[in-house]
Write a protein that binds this ligand. Sequence first.
Ligand code: FAD
Ligand code: SF4
Length: 383
Amino acid sequence: MEKYLQVKATNPEILEKAENGGAVTSLLKFLLESNTVEGVLNIKKEKDVYDGIPTFTTDPDELIETAGSLHCAPTMISDIIARHLKDEKIAVTTKPCDAMAIDEIIKRCGINRDNVYMIGLNCGGTVQPIVAEKMIKLFYDINPEEVVSEEINKGKFIVELADGTEKSVKIDDLEDEGYGRRENCQRCELKIPRKADVACGNWGSSKGYTFVEINTPKGEQLIQNAIDNGYIEAKEASEKQIKIRKKVENIMIKMAKKTQKKQLIKEYPDEMSEIFTRCLKCYRCRDVCPVCNCKVCSLEKPYYEEDPFAEPDPLMLHAIRMGHMAFSCINCGQCEDVCPMEIPLSKIFQKVQLKYREETGYISGVTEDKPMMYSGEKEEIVE
Ligand code: FAD
Ligand code: SF4
């Protein structure tokens, strides 16, 4: 749609607590208070900045507790919608990977797009909470428990202590030493979630404003209604601001492609069976996948079992997962994060997805049509 605005909350409490201009919290509040949605699914800080958890609220007054960005919360939310909120009218905050996963589930008929307001967040990447604690000790010489807030700005990971002291380290320096953003985030090419109704971020914005790209007519109407009802004020983004944002986006995409070449260099098929026989068959990779939501999982169908109590052998397990999921893999990396046997699942799946993209042009979570190998899942999706 190519519509860009700079948006600011009118509520001072939201402005105070929000990451940028508080557009996201204000839009969510408007959607709840106008009864446009029944609930909001987003991420909330629990114990500390390393403890961002998904939260579902129906009370607009509780939304203030969710304001602000949590960069150490790689949590995905699409499967929560498919499993628990399929029939509710809701609003969700979506990083690009959340938006891509939602898109793939919509193609499998597991989420009804009409029921969901997608409030997108641009994303330069997340940091694994445990890695964040380690790197803060090591590079910042700070007890991680003393950190009250964190942010990523101008290529630096910045932490703030209770007395207002700030310390920052360049992300490049952290990543050179194996810390910083998750490897998947470093490889991720989608930085602005244009499948969301609006995409919100700080790139290009004036201080105290959220830069909002409007992507759908539903998003446009939402912004207009929120302005008319006094929740936000908005001004046009200048040509210069739009250019700056585009430039940063392009640099980030270029860096991601470069990192893909570096991190995906291994030709796994040569050693595939050795890698996969390490598998314990704990099924964590399947359970955590934000796209994989079949009602009856093929891995549990009796015809794959040699005897009624045996699970498929590891090679069969991964062949089945790959056949079902690799073309729809959105490179969130959750499978690799949870695998106790350190199988490079996400690297293998992303390599397959990129090959599939090369052959068919299909980009998971972005292309409008269903993937060419799509079949059957329609009846299988979780109820
Ligand atoms: P607020 O009113 O403060 O609301 C923020 C909302 O985001 C809340 O509803 C909260 O629940 C939700 N949220 C917080 N953390 C997460 C999370 N991890 N996953 C999903 N939802 C979450 N913008 C850029 O332009 N460039 C970037 O590189 C960039 N990187 C980001 C990386 C991460 C991990 C996140 C979460 C955001 C990033 N953003 C980036 C977006 C930016 O930080 C702000 O979220 C955005 O500008 C909206 O500001 P706001 O004041 O309107 O949001
Ligand atoms: Fe096998 Fe790792 Fe998946 Fe568990 S998480 S089933 S060990 S690949």
